[in-house]
Design a protein around this ligand. Sequence first.
Ligand code: GAR
Length: 192
Amino acid sequence: MAFRIAVLISGTGSLLQALLDAQAAGELRAEVAVVGSDNAAAQGLQRAAEAGVPSFVHPFVKGSDRAAWDSELTELLGARDIDLVVLAGFMKLVGPAFLARFGGRTINTHPALLPSFPGMHGPRDALEHGVKITGTTVFEVDAGVDTGRILAQEPVRVLPDDTVDSLHERIKVAERVLLVHTVNDLASQGDS
Ligand code: GAR
């Protein structure tokens, strides 16, 4: 039986595209079963549509009930027989209801070598700190912000003339490869 993954996105969705491309090439030991976004304008939703993958939008309205939003997200995925949830540029924190159901089988990617530079601005913070090597981390999601168990990392060198954007783009190249490998590793573990 296929190892079914859900991919949650908020924006461009190039990490999602890497998973879809790997699947189309027969190089993903998993099936992207559904894509979810908190942002109706996310470019990644278009990528899902082009690949024929079902998607949903679950926006969080500022000031509204966060716990209810989290429970609804959990239900949206809970109905779909998902083995692994992949947060791929999903810019919302999942909460207690989500973790009660999907804890231990939700992973996230971060554009820095955790535990350094957690949060929303990994590439900017690394550049401002002046590190010469940064990178990307795939980790298991827990209740903290970028604090979960580290599953895989890949270093990326900071170049003297890097901007936040040029550095982030190079990190994302490494991130796409690392994410596909990590999903494949987890799918293989699921088989055994
Ligand atoms: C990626 O670099 C991912 O690590 C980062 O957002 C980018 C999404 O790119 N995620 C975070 O910073 C989460 N805190 P994409 O939309 O092109 O896949």
